[in-house]
Ligand binder design. Sequence first.
Ligand code: FAD
Length: 406
Amino acid sequence: MVLGSTPIADSEAILRFIGNAIDIDPVNRIVHAEGGATIQAVQEKAELFNLRFPISYGSKGTATIAGAIATNAGGMERRVSDQLIEYHAIDGRGHHIHHTLSESSNAVDSVWPDSHYHFLGSQGFFGPIVAGSFRLEPIHNHQIGVWIPMESLHQFKAVASCLKIHLSHELKVLELMFDSALSDVKALGSMPVPNSYELPYAALVICETNRSIDALIDSFCELLENVSPGLIDKVSVADTPSSIQSFIHARESISDATRQIAAQHNHKVLPFDLSLRQFQATKDLEKLQEMIKSSSIKVNGFGHFCQNDHRAAIHFNVILENTVTSEEMNRIEKNVYDIVTQAGGSHSAEHGGLGDKNIAHTLWYSDPHQVQQFISFKNKYDPKCHFQAQRMKILLRMAENIPHLR
Ligand SMILES: Cc1cc2nc3c(=O)[nH]c(=O)nc-3n(C[C@H](O)[C@H](O)[C@H](O)COP(=O)(O)OP(=O)(O)OC[C@H]3O[C@@H](n4cnc5c(N)ncnc54)[C@H](O)[C@@H]3O)c2cc1C
């Protein structure tokens, strides 16, 4: 911020100015954090005030607030666009940018920057984000975690809809997990995983309440019995912080377990980070699984169904024999993205659409208006291309070769 009016000679010099201070306003339940503070540091500081920073994911110990804003990152409970109040940045002209999110952001994924609040999802293209303020959540008296083995995606959808309607204020986390992925966590042997009764899916539900735990568990059981009689006999309930944490750790271990087990068997992993429209996400997943069935060994998926009311973020990892050719992998990738695009979803829920891996898909599946809009933001904030010069060059060169963008 000191550099607000200083022309940029060296973009690295600005990055060195980003601090990591964290300031909690407990009365208004807001955290003001400098861009270099890690997600975990913010969570820990908020807890000292009996508040919670509800953005959390695997790399929270190293991922910074600025990086999270730049990718519109998200976890089981919330994503940045749900909690962000304002941010400060310095653009490529050396101007101090301060945007207050007076209306909610319209960012639903992490493909392009937000169309109103341009540094949200900007992925480093416009200049450094130096600070951000976020809403915090109160910590309620009691929490329960429920692990529910599921026979089908249809059953998951029925249970999810029922919980969202009837426990809307108490429901914090609703995760879908494929049992094949949990089997990999079990195979590593370092993490207890609740019994899955050999069913193909499981859900992890976390609820928070100011009622008594018994009252919450009673309501939960009654709802589950109504929507899916007999299912209650298979659930595992956690009602202490440590047992709830062990459920969360099992779910959080999925990505690593998938990678490790695939490496042990010399299998290839084709990872997808999909954003699907929530009301039809289970149908879309069925379609994707059907399409992939003959070529894959298995699909290890998991997804967040509580993070956003309209979208589900799905990590859909396809495991393949080592002998599968790159042509076959490209074909699978194209088929997945075609299905997802036709269904109104997108190919980067959380990890950024403008990184090296995704840039080609982002251009291919975007309409020319989005590409033009991004280029106009870039020209406005960073006309001399101090930031992400290499990627910008690639983006412009690729756009030249895509017929509908020429
Ligand atoms: C193990 C693991 C698990 C993950 N799980 C999730 C997950 O569950 N959900 C999720 O959303 N994401 C996840 N991610 C990706 C996540 O979005 C990023 O890793 C993280 O939020 C980015 O923060 P970072 O500080 O590490 O930034 P980097 O990884 O260094 O950068 C990420 C992007 O942000 C830009 N950037 C970084 N700092 C700034 C800045 N100061 N100003 C402007 N732009 C900047 C970079 O240019 C780059 O485009 C995961 C990553 C890992 C490694």
